[in-house]
Design a protein around this ligand. Structure first.
Ligand code: ADP
Ligand code: MG
Length: 592
């Protein structure tokens, strides 16, 4: 049978699995480990080593050892935030250019580094299975945007995989927990706190189908932050910290892990400074004091996702935990507090996503049936229309894959082309949303309002947006795949949503004003055109009335009184009834 493997390409750890005799099995490497650190280290001759062996090199060759590469995949230099570049290797970050890593005196794209990790997983799997594997399902955080998903897919291809599907991590996790076996329309929250990303998703099971009702999260929040905060707190308490922090960092990470099951651990770093040693006791309580503010940041995301799904925690049937950090008792307490119930911890939290990816791979290869996965769009997608308004084509939180379209017409006589500006965001005015791409569609010149352009948005199963514009008259069309999208971090998504709430009133007023303005300009042009055509058949008194009404509209356009403009529009509309009838009459005569 043609095997499809499931892969969790994590910030910290990556895993690979395959369906065997109807069960998802995670594949161990030659050392028996199922978690492969997502680390690549370049040796002096330039040859890369990957995984556990590379992780050990962080101490020895910090500048040549690449970790947390997932933080940079699909991002441009100007999109890195303060703290992001806080890694022991060198990043090349240029405005508008993809971020690259400098190692071994050479620049490498994050895709290339990720491909090395994927290649290692692939070759471990091939060794264990005794045959080649070429097809894969790879998971990504639910909040990954187009560019990040496309870059992940490219990484898979570079590693020699045919990437069958990019699946959201929380969706995969729900499958691993076997929640597809729940009765009725069960609702589930998936809380995933990993090394570098936090995702919260609310899923609904409906007739054997998973639907993601809402997703929220932060692609820059995780165990790494706890590690940094812990290191800082230890140096703040007067301990002398060595020049190279990597050794100490690793000891602290091990201590953090042990404190998930032990109350107190002794930390010993002999001769870290060549001569001096470090000895100290660390209690779980102290770790929790440092970690609490970081974990507390997840609360707002959880509440927002519930609000987006229009649910309260009482509506949830299960809350499941995913990601290594959720082994911490403090996380379990905070999650229980947020959702008012004990979370389900029946799965290994750092393996659940890979297990789910493997089940999804089994579905694709025909080894598992009866489950379909659906995801949602995190932000609305649309295009700019007349007056600079945002015209939403696919609303936020729509289930994907999805296809939606709308018909647009020209604003100007004899217009020969239309510029399609693709936008993402929740604001009413186009300028306040994020531009994803822009292209021109050409068509035959025609009077204003006659040319028609159909615009269709399609988001495929991988979450990649395809925009199609078609001239309905000639059938000429243009299709653009938006994968060089402006990369949107989840913090920016959050900011977008809260801004749209803050500005809801002003935005709405501006939209109503703009709509009235567009209508006014349209009517003024139409009146002029009608006078030119049938002006003779209208009597002087009526003409006078129309001109007065038109003048009032022009005057109202110069104010910022929306109601006044709307009233003037209505009066002009009323005054032109006879003129419109004359136009119709003339058209009918011409047709006879
Ligand atoms: P990712 O999805 O980002 O690859 P994982 O789910 O593998 O991450 O989680 C890795 C994070 O979990 C790391 O920050 C690691 O230190 C943390 N972690 C792993 N095991 C434990 C534990 N027992 N207690 C606390 N944190 C843990
Ligand atoms: Mg993960």
């Amino acid at each position: 049978m043609d095997h499809v493997v499931g892969i969790d390409l994590g910030t910290t750890n990556s895993l690979i699995g395959v369906m065997e005799a109807g069960f998802p099995i995670l594949i161990a490497d030659a050392n028996g480990a199922r978690l492969t650190p997502s680390v690549v280290s370049f040796q002096n001759d330039g040859a890369p080593i990957v995984g556990q062996a590379a992780a050990r090199m962080r101490e020895v060759k910090p500048s040549e050892t690449i970790y947390s590469i997932k933080r940079f995949i699909g991002l441009r230099g100007d999109e890195l935030r303060k703290g992001d570049a806080d890694v022991s290797y060198t990043l090349e970050r240029r405005r508008g250019q993809p971020v690259r890593v400098l190692a071994n005196n050479e620049p490498h794209s994050p895709e290339e580094i990720s491909a090395l990790i994927l290649q290692k997983l692939k070759s471990d799997a091939e060794t264990a299975l005794g045959h080649a594997v070429s097809r894969a399902v790879i998971t990504v955080p639910a909040y990954f945007n187009d560019a990040q998903r496309s870059a992940t897919k490219r990484a898979g291809e570079l590693a020699g995989f045919r990437v069958e599907r990019i699946v959201n991590e929380p969706t995969a996790a729900a499958l691993a927990y076997g929640l597809d076996k729940l009765e009725g329309r069960s609702k589930i929250a998936v809380y995933d706190l990993g090394g570098g990303t936090f995702d919260i998703s609310i899923l609904e099971l409906n007739g054997g189908v998973f639907e993601v009702l809402a997703t929220n999260g932060n692609t820059r929040l995780g165990g790494d932050d706890i590690d940094r905060a812990l290191l800082k707190s230890i140096s703040d308490t007067g301990n002398r910290i060595p020049e190279s922090l990597v050794r100490l960092s690793q000891v602290l990470i091990e201590a953090k892990h042990r404190l998930s099951t032990e109350e107190k651990v002794a930390i010993d770093v002999p001769f870290f400074d060549g001569a001096k040693s470090l000895h100290l006791d660390l209690a779980r309580e102290e770790l929790e004091k440092v970690a609490r503010p970081i974990i507390e940041q997840t609360r707002a995301h959880c509440l927002r996702s519930l609000a987006d799904a229009k649910l309260t925690s009482a509506d949830l049937d299960e809350v499941i935990l995913v990601g290594g950090v959720t082994r911490m008792p403090l996380v379990r307490r905070i999650v229980a507090e947020i959702f008012g119930r004990e979370p389900n911890t029946s799965q290994n939290p750092d393996e659940a996503v890979a297990i789910g990816a493997t089940i999804q791979a089994g579905i694709l290869s025909g080894a598992v049936r009866d489950v379909v996965l659906l995801d949602v769009t995190p932000l609305s997608l649309g295009i700019e229309t007349f007056g600079g308004l945002m015209n939403v084509i696919i609303p936020r939180n729509s289930t994907i894959p999805i296809k939606a379209g709308e018909m647009f017409t020209t604003a100007v006589n004899q217009q020969r082309s239309m510029s399609i500006k693709v936008l993402q965001g929740e604001r009413e005015m186009a300028r306040d949303n994020w531009p994803l791409g822009q292209f021109e569609i050409e068509f035959e010149a025609a009077p204003k309002g006659v040319a028609r352009v159909g615009v269709q948005f399609e988001i495929d199963a991988n979450g990649i947006l395809h925009v199609l514009a078609r001239d309905t008259k000639t059938g000429g069309e243009k299709i653009v795949e938006i994968d060089s999208a402006v990369d949107v971090s989840d913090e920016a998504v959050e900011a977008m949503i809260s801004e749209s709430l803050d500005h809801a009133f002003d935005d709405m007023s501006e939209r109503v004003w703009t709509e009235a303005k567009v209508k006014a300009e349209e009517m003024l042009n139409a009146v002029e055109a009608a006078f030119a055509q049938v002006g003779d058949s209208v009597d002087a008194r009526e003409k006078e009335m129309i001109q007065q009404a038109a003048t009032r509209v022009r005057e109202a356009l110069g104010t910022n009184d929306t109601r006044g403009l709307q009233a003037a529009n209505a009066a002009l509309d009323e005054a032109t009834q006879g003129l419109a009838a004359a136009l119709v009459e003339k058209a009918m005569q011409a047709a006879r």
